[in-house]
Ligand binder design. Structure first.
Ligand SMILES: [Zn+2]
Ligand SMILES: [Zn+2]
Length: 168
């Protein structure tokens, strides 16, 4: 996905892009089913481009607890600077080189990276997801099973032992 910059005058520009995930090199189309919305705020100066890159999309994951598929929003907000001032780049390697006659920039890798970093480490369809019964495999969000009565949260084990002692 390339953005033309040669026609941009000095100053602030706003560019919105809405494209399918493949355009940004996101090949995992099971996860990235929706179009990716990229909003670029570009401040063009004599020898630099100051870019604020906002990315938003919906992605599909499998819940860590119940294994059901669910869709969630992914967002990112990054700053990217291109400059043709090679002295600056020497001291700050987060800056990107910009050729004097450069006509476009490729945002695919930045967008791809931003979204992959936005993927949650813990994937839950809902904070309150009850998961799957380890004994019979029932999805406890959808129904209950007969094993649930005998199941006990391990955090209560200590208390349970205390009560048993008192009963004696
Ligand atoms: Zn779940
Ligand atoms: Zn069960």
């Amino acid at each position: 996905m390339k953005i033309q910059i040669s026609h941009l005058k000095e100053g602030l520009h706003h560019i919105d892009v809405l494209e399918p995930a493949e355009k940004f090199g996101l090949d995992d189309t099971d996860t990235f089913q929706s179009d990716i919305a990229v909003s670029l705020q570009i401040d063009k100066q004599t020898d630099s481009l100051y870019i604020r890159q906002l990315v938003k999309t919906k992605a599909k994951f499998a819940c860590d607890r119940c294994a059901e598929g669910y869709t969630t929003e992914l967002k990112s907000d990054d700053r990217i600077v291109y400059t043709s001032d090679l002295e600056l780049i020497k001291y700050d390697d987060s800056l990107r080189p910009l050729a004097k006659d450069q006509t476009e920039i490729d945002i695919s890798e930045d967008v791809r990276e931003a979204l992959l970093l936005a993927v949650p480490v813990k994937k839950l369809c809902d904070e309150k997801c009850k998961g799957i019964c380890p004994q019979c495999g029932t999805n406890l969000n959808k129904s209950t099973c007969n094993c649930t009565q005998t199941r006990m949260d391990p955090r209560w084990e200590t208390l349970k032992k205390l009560y048993q002692k008192e009963e004696k």
